[in-house]
Write a protein that binds this ligand. Sequence first.
Ligand code: TPP
Ligand code: MG
Length: 458
Amino acid sequence: MQTEPGPAAALAEGPLNEGELKKLDAYWRAANYLSVGQIYLLDNPLLREPLQVKHIKPRLLGHWGTTPGLNFLYVHLNRLIKARDLDAIYICGPGHGGPGMVANAYLEGTYSEYYPAISRDAVGLQKLFRQFSFPGGIPSHDAPETPGSIHEGGELGYALTHAYGAAFDNPDLKVFCVVGDGEAETGPLAASWHSNKFLDPITDGAVLPILHLNGWKIANPTVLARIPESELRQLLQGYGYTPYIIAGDDPMEMHQRMAALLELVLDEIEEIQGAARKKRRATRPLWPMIVMRTPKGWTGPKVVDGLPVEGTWRAHQVPVDDMTNPEHLRILEAWLRSYRAEELFDEAGSLKAELRKDIGHFIFKDPQLGPSLHRLRSGGKKLFLLTNSLWSYSDQVMGHLLDGVLPEYPSWRNYFDFIVTGAAKPTFFSSNAPFLEVDSTSGEDSAKPVVIRAIGAM
Ligand SMILES: Cc1ncc(C[n+]2csc(CCOP(=O)(O)OP(=O)(O)O)c2C)c(N)n1
Ligand SMILES: [Mg+2]
């Protein structure tokens, strides 16, 4: 279970200042919370009431063990992408960690863009949780319908092949490829370390393999986690890599160390590519790679029924089940609450504003948007905006895109004759629900109905 950071841990030395450290950890907690929610919850998505059996899925499926490590890497790679303006892709070898990839796509907003019914509020959150590994919902592995997916989860072994395939002839791309230590024992994966022999530092992009050494594959220990570290290092060097090993389980300390390590390996990659591109001579370098040794099921329940879970094979799938056992229900509730969702999601169930502050990094500002809307208006068209997002998020995003772009329209709202937020499409088109005016200061619906004439009326 994630523990509150103590003052000493919070001050662990590293490249992150206190604010960055807190935000990074908050984002990781959010991703972990959403992952556990997907595995377990049917209802009560923000734990606004005490957890009861009726809130839990009747059949528990999914893989928790790999997920916190995948989420940890995802948030750190996002930081790096922003800090260095990288063109990057994340290949998730342990594709059974589906909840993690879906959680991150949801936090970024991409999931709701593709699937508007899974909105960024409490209603959407409940649907996100319910649909996971549920009849009529989504698979428990990373599937093609996960936005941005080029690598299907389910059959282990092809992560590095896909990673190098993405990097070939794509010189500006950085490919971060997580490889499970069990996955590394498959024939295809064991052979594909050698793909680095075909990578041209001038004409191709770079691949950063990250071996996720959590020690276990389902119920058995992994070979690479059990051989002495010196032997592992020699093996990876023999494959043509410079391995950097990072090991630990204290979140704050690990945040600092991972942030520092990623800076270092990115410097190394840029140096390799820069030197080769400058001299126009491609020699085969030793590319850096990372070995991340963290507990399986990191931040999950430590002990269930008197048996250790975090850091063991018991964390692989559903670490605590049979919720008719009151002690199990108590463990699950304490686990979920340890991520402190109330600090992460606002009253409406959206990710809190402070975590969304860097919106410019996520949403491309098209300089043509304002002038295009202006042309439509000048041609006598009436414009309306119909969005599932709630007022505060719509205001933030649209303000980012349109405020101050053209002097005739000081606010983005001036472009539109009518704005509908929280529309709840697609039921919007059939439900005939009343329109309520939004108080633009508080973002709350007022009780004041807005009268709309019948569609088609003049
Ligand atoms: C080719 C193949 N063989 C077997 C499996 C079944 N399987 C699912 S998860 C898993 C263990 C994976 O272990 P690891 O790669 O270490 O992932 P993690 O420990 O992070 O869950 C296995 C063997 C599979 N998905 N694909
Ligand atoms: Mg493993």
